[in-house]
Design a protein around this ligand. Sequence first.
Ligand code: NAP
Length: 289
Amino acid sequence: MIVVTGGNGQLGRQIVRALSERIGNGFTVTVREPAKAADLVALGITVKAGDFDKPEEVARAIEGADTILLMATLGSTEQRVKQYKNVIDAARRQGTKRIAFVGYIADQAESPFPSTPSIRQALAYMREEGFAPINLRNGNYAEAGLMTATRALQSGKIVSPAGNGKISYVTRRDLARATARILTESGNEGKSFALTGPKAYGHAELAAMLSEATGTRIVYEDISPESYKAQLEAANTPPGLVAFMTGAAATVKGGYLAEVSYTIGDLTGIAAEDGLAFIRREVQKTLKS
Ligand SMILES: NC(=O)c1ccc[n+]([C@@H]2O[C@H](COP(=O)([O-])OP(=O)(O)OC[C@H]3O[C@@H](n4cnc5c(N)ncnc54)[C@H](OP(=O)(O)O)[C@@H]3O)[C@@H](O)[C@H]2O)c1
């Protein structure tokens, strides 16, 4: 039996949809607030409470799972690793065979991405505990690129110390299609899957596309990391978020989000959508409405 954790999240919901299209309703979804998953219950999907911060609740939630999709959470490295360990420990105790982990493409040891240590520690712990984790190395969400685009359309600019770094934007929908496939096929233990869009784009290309698509001039200002930090602080951005945003920009600049693979198309038979095409379409939809 497959258990999808984090089923009420934006990616989680798409994975639940893709999985039900593939195998019907014979799987379990864990969420922190079951009341928000009444629609899934109505479809005949089993929904259980599974807050990773509550080890006993997690153990009950994953009972009978031979495959678990372990959703990445948010928070400090310490908080996240503790949460992942609660799930991994419960999985080991109850005999789960496979864990697929929602990772990230910028997972190299030297990556400046702030969440990378938690990803690496989770994968290392799974191996220590005898699992051969399936590492879903998700690319940067195209929906996050759309948020950058939306802000740029309001201010007329994209401001970031990201240099000429590129991002292989991928939609959550495409990630979900590939994940559903990986979860339902055998022989994926120990494998890493780079799940990205088909092409990587820099902020200058995003700005140029937005200018052309909207007829409004949008520019990319590549500023120094120090100025960026100062601007965020001047806007009263919480310190944790400043650290996250500067780390994320350094990740782009370092090229850690530029990796392109065609794995989604290879796995599913339908190529991943181009990230810039997705952003353009969504922006134009908003302009028309
Ligand atoms: N690839 C990218 O570009 C990118 C961008 C942003 C974030 N991420 C990572 O990918 C994850 C999924 O992305 P998303 O867009 O779906 O984010 P999201 O909508 O914020 O969903 C976060 C998910 O984490 C779950 N969660 C958080 N704390 C938890 C806990 N203590 N116990 C159990 N579940 C917990 C939430 O559970 P509930 O469903 O119960 O609320 C939810 O499913 C994020 O959490 C983050 O780690 C990736």
